[in-house]
Write a protein that binds this ligand. Structure first.
Ligand SMILES: [Zn+2]
Length: 240
């Protein structure tokens, strides 16, 4: 049905199109991921100014015609996040967060919680670009897994329910596993386990830190969970 849609949105990425246009991948609270074309946006005198760039949080009016691609008819900035663009690690963290959201959730799959999580993550690393650490990126991914319904089982063995002697992590089993069920798992230290529990349970701004080996285990646990249950492969979070 042709008509206009007023929505908040975060720009996940922009792709040059034709002479002066750009196709935007957007994440919205009520429609999930949508694509829209911004006509003439690459001209010097575009009425959109520099607002339709990745990581902008905007109030948009989108026109839905007959094609699948909507057209941006108006854009107002809620937050442009200028500081995160001046800091390499923050820019990288923002790009990874937007990439993960765009790949984990398909078109027409709305998760208002994911929208707010992404908005929080961008605001956090804009307010303090030094907070864009490896631990922060992992905590963000864990919370995305939770929002998508794939949070790893951490309280007891994911295979048999044993509450103690948890020694490994298995993406196939969906969480931590005990010594009797460890086949197919990799070793998870107490520190790695504690990081996963705290990162899932605390607000993003209070995400815990951990040593490099524990963070590497957490990274692997998240990657294997994504691959087994969401069939999505994301770039590692790096070694910062
Ligand atoms: Zn077990």
């Amino acid at each position: 049905m042709p008509g206009s849609l007023k929505t908040e949105a975060i720009v996940l990425r922009g792709i040059r199109y034709g002479e002066a246009d750009r196709v935007l991948h957007l994440y919205t609270p009520e429609r999930g991921r949508v694509s829209a074309i911004a006509k003439g946006v690459r001209r010097a005198k575009s009425r959109f100014g520099g607002r339709l760039e990745p990581f902008f949080r905007l109030n948009l009016v989108l026109y839905q015609g007959k094609s699948d691609l909507m057209t941006v008819t108006s854009a107002e900035t809620i937050a442009g996040h200028p500081r995160l663009r001046e800091h390499g690690a923050a820019l990288d963290g923002a790009a990874r967060a937007c990439d993960a959201v765009g790949r984990l959730f398909g078109d027409g799959e709305p998760h208002a919680g994911v929208y707010h999580l992404l908005a929080n993550q961008l605001a956090l690393i804009d307010r303090d670009p030094t907070s864009a650490t490896r631990a922060n990126a992992l905590a963000f991914r864990l919370k995305l897994l939770l929002a998508a319904g794939f949070a790893p089982h951490l309280a007891s063995c994911a295979s048999c329910g044993e509450p103690e002697h948890l020694v490994g992590f298995s993406g196939a089993a969906g969480g931590v596993v005990c010594g009797a069920c460890e086949a197919g798992s990799f070793a998870l230290s107490q520190e790695g386990h504690d990081f996963l529990v705290a990162a899932l349970g605390r607000p993003l701004a209070e995400a815990p830190d951990a040593g490099p080996p524990a963070l590497a285990q957490a990274d692997r646990a998240i990657s294997e969970t994504l691959e087994h249950h969401a069939h999505v492969r994301l770039r590692g979070v790096g070694s910062r």
